[in-house]
Design a protein around this ligand. Structure first.
Ligand code: COA
Length: 702
């Protein structure tokens, strides 16, 4: 556990620099909140003109405090913060929580960098600037200018928005989702999401980490820390516009957008995504209180009402379709319900079972090894008391002898239910006011288990690659002032990374073209090779299915003429002579260099699937072959690869290998490749491999 972050989040003493005697000022509020919320350790207000604030002795300068200061909250205007930071450093303060606004968020990057640099000179770390502060129930520490600590619980929130953090802290009471810590990180000038995830992973008071993210600064480091984190992480990502897409030169570039890349990165790093604020709270409730669900066997127990059907629909919708309970489970459950109940799944114990039948049924089912997770649903009736039902559920679970399996509950009803819901949550049972939410919570717990199994298997380095050769080809092209490689060069780079490019040779004269065509064997394809013509078909500079010498000579002239009329001053390297790959399923593989996460791989089916339907999927590179296979089933048109309408399955294993090698190539050459496409890639029948027919690499600007 990082001792400096610990000093900020669990300080043994706090100074408030800019503490004010004016109750309307933030510097007063912070001192007041520390006092009112019950912070027990020493508080030192710093103010040049005051003797005491709210009963705490005041000091004119932090350096005058005669005791050790772990953390200083800064509430002076931005122009004083550099000097304050230096004073704090000289005093030996361990970390700063800078509430002050007026830094990079208003364009003053220089001031922000200066403050961080000063802090680092003294070994200090900073949270903020431009934050609400930090709050922690376990220390009764409210070092913020929001009046209350959140509803007590086991989650931790890291929020980039201060205002939203305040709103969420208030909402924890009405939603009854408990947090131990709430950390406002504002501009993330120094400590960022990754640092705090790493800290919270070790924090004994945190069982689940919830993030409100507008932007991540260092994507790869975020992914690394999220992957290492053993606790569930839920992210609500705001801002879904496709930045950079408009300016993209390659196909992949125009399809990738920040939202899609974020989504892939989260999935690869085992971070659950929340759809919206409601979902963020709902998932936090489940993931902070219950263990992950180890298998797919969900049992739904209902106590009257038609909620079983709603829950069954939800189970299918959220990826946990119900199975009938095994015979022995059904037979035992029947003993605890009237003859008109149902023991299949959902199990309808019915109101006729009485409290005892309900207790016995839940207890038996929860302990049964077939059951991996359970949803218990209750509808308020005039003959039942919700509180008694709540207690029966709790007792049944605790007296079942089983543990380590998740449960989620739904109580639908009025005021009496409200109280029972509160009681259940206080007893660590996530309880919702709709049946689908309880089922969705279990689906999140199931997904958490699946993600934690897959999260750390994405590292891959292929053997027998020749990155030296690839870099040589690139540096020769750069020396000629090129921004992109020609197809022939790009294919050489692909080949250096073990990718199966179709044989291509470069002809500089008509006669040479004929000779090469004969060597490769008819039919052949001919294409212009010019750094100035990236979209060759648009220029009429591609001819396919050339069957003889006459065809080669005609194509040579036509391609040259078309290219020059497309761009009169185009630099022409020659004409590529290429084997005409037999037709099979066309796919596209490509990459972009995402500003946050770096090289990101794209995959989709070619032709209209990519052009019209944009049916593509992304992964942050590098990936391994298992992920390469998973990518193929993620696209909507995946059945085409699996074999449909009498077609044999395609060589998905060979394609997975291509995806893995390609991802390693763009990761390894991330300083050189800005965007790239292999389009089309032809995928043959199972066992017959893959051929990359066209290649494009756009270089990074240097
Ligand atoms: N050392 C100690 N105290 C100092 C000081 C110094 N070098 N310089 C000033 N102070 C004192 C002032 O005397 C004042 O106390 P007083 O009211 O008793 O005189 C106190 O610090 C505050 O300074 P002041 O100049 O009155 O500033 P302010 O309270 O109007 O504003 C901020 C200060 C930090 C609150 C303001 O600049 C700001 O950034 N506000 C936005 C914060 C925010 O919203 N953050 C979250 C975004 S999500």
């Amino acid at each position: 556990m990082d001792p400096i972050i610990n000093a900020i989040l669990k300080p043994k003493s706090i100074a408030v620099i800019g503490a004010s005697t004016n109750p309307d000022k933030i510097g007063y509020k912070v001192v007041e909140n520390l006092k009112e919320c019950g912070y027990k350790n020493p508080v030192y207000p710093i103010n040049p003109d005051a003797d005491e604030i709210l009963g705490y002795k005041c000091y004119a300068n932090i350096k005058d405090v005669p005791y050790v200061v772990d953390m200083a909250v800064v509430t002076v205007p931005a122009r004083f913060v550099s000097q304050i930071t230096r004073d704090a450093g000289e005093k030996g303060v361990k970390g700063l929580s800078i509430i002050t606004s007026g830094f990079s968020e208003v364009g003053d990057h220089a001031l922000e960098e200066e403050v961080v640099q000063i802090a680092h000179e003294y070994g200090m770390r900073i949270i903020g600037p431009n934050i609400i502060g930090v709050l922690s129930n376990s220390d009764k520490m409210n070092a913020s200018f929001y009046n209350y600590l959140p509803y007590e619980g086991k989650a931790a929130l890291i929020s980039q928005s201060g205002a939203l953090l305040i709103a969420m802290a208030a909402a924890t009471y009405t939603r009854r989702v408990g947090f131990d810590k709430m950390i406002s990180i504002g501009n993330q000038a120094d400590l960022d999401f990754a640092d705090l995830i790493s800290y919270l992973n070790e924090d004994e008071f945190t069982t689940c980490i919830t993030l409100y993210i507008e932007g991540i600064k260092d994507g790869p480091r975020f992914m690394e820390e999220a992957r290492k984190c053993k606790k569930p992480i839920i992210a609500l990502k705001a801002g879904t516009s496709a930045h950079g897409a408009a300016a993209a030169a390659s196909h992949t570039g125009s399809l990738a957008g920040s939202a899609k890349v974020y989504q892939s990165a989260f999935e690869q790093a085992g971070v659950a995504q929340a759809d919206d604020l409601n979902d963020m709270f709902d998932q936090t409730l489940a993931l902070s209180l219950q263990p992950p669900m180890k298998g797919d066997n969900l049992l739904i127990v209902i106590y009257g009402g038609g909620v079983g059907v709603l829950a069954t629909d939800a189970a299918e919708k959220y990826g946990l379709p119900l199975k009938f309970a095994p015979q022995d489970v059904q037979e035992e459950l029947k003993k605890h319900m009237p003859s008109f109940g149902s023991a299949k799944n959902p199990v309808d114990i019915t109101g006729g079972a009485g409290l005892k039948g309900y207790y016995e049924g839940v207890k038996y089912a929860y302990a049964h090894p077939w059951v991996d997770g359970m949803a218990v649903l209750y509808c308020e009736t005039s003959v039942t008391d919700p509180q008694e039902i709540a207690e029966a559920i709790y007792n049944a679970l605790h007296e079942s002898g089983a543990s380590g399996k998740p449960i989620a509950v739904s109580f639908i009803g009025g005021e009496r239910c409200e109280k029972a819901v509160e009681w259940l949550i206080e007893h660590d049972i996530p309880t919702y006011n709709a049946p689908d939410l309880a089922v969705k919570a279990l689906a999140s717990l199931r997904k958490e288990e699946i993600m934690s199994q897959n999260a750390d298997n994405n590292f891959f380095k292929p053997e027998n690659i020749d990155s030296e050769k690839a870099r040589q080809i690139i540096s020769i092209a750069r020396a000629k002032g090129r921004a992109a490689l020609t197809e022939v060069e790009a294919k050489q780079v692909f080949k250096a990374y073990g990718l199966p490019v179709s044989p291509t040779a470069l002809a500089h004269t008509e006669d040479e073209a004929v000779k090469l065509a004969e060597q490769i064997g008819y039919p052949i394809v001919m294409k212009i090779v010019s750094p100035d013509i990236l979209h060759k078909s648009d220029a009429g500079a591609v001819k396919v299915n050339i069957k003889n010498e006459q065809g080669v000579r005609e194509a040579y002239k036509l391609i040259t003429d078309n290219s020059l009329s497309y761009k009169a001053d185009a630099e022409i390297d020659g004409i590529a002579i290429q084997e005409m790959a037999p037709w099979a399923t066309e796919v596209i593989v490509g990459s972009v260099n995402d500003p946050t996460f770096g090289p990101t791989l794209m995959f989709g089916l070619g032709g209209i699937f990519v052009e019209v339907m944009k049916d593509v999927t992304f992964k942050v590179a590098p990936i391994n072959e298992a992920t390469g296979l998973a990518m193929q089933s993620e696209i909507k048109s995946s059945k085409i690869l699996q074999g449909t309408r009498g077609e044999l399955p395609r060589d998905q294993k060979a394609l997975a290998k291509v995806l893995a090698h390609y991802s390693y190539m763009v990761h390894d050459l991330r300083d050189e490749i800005a965007e790239s496409d292999a389009n089309p890639v032809i995928v043959y029948e199972d066992g017959k491999g893959v051929a990359i027919v066209d290649a494009r690499i756009i270089l990074t600007k240097k």
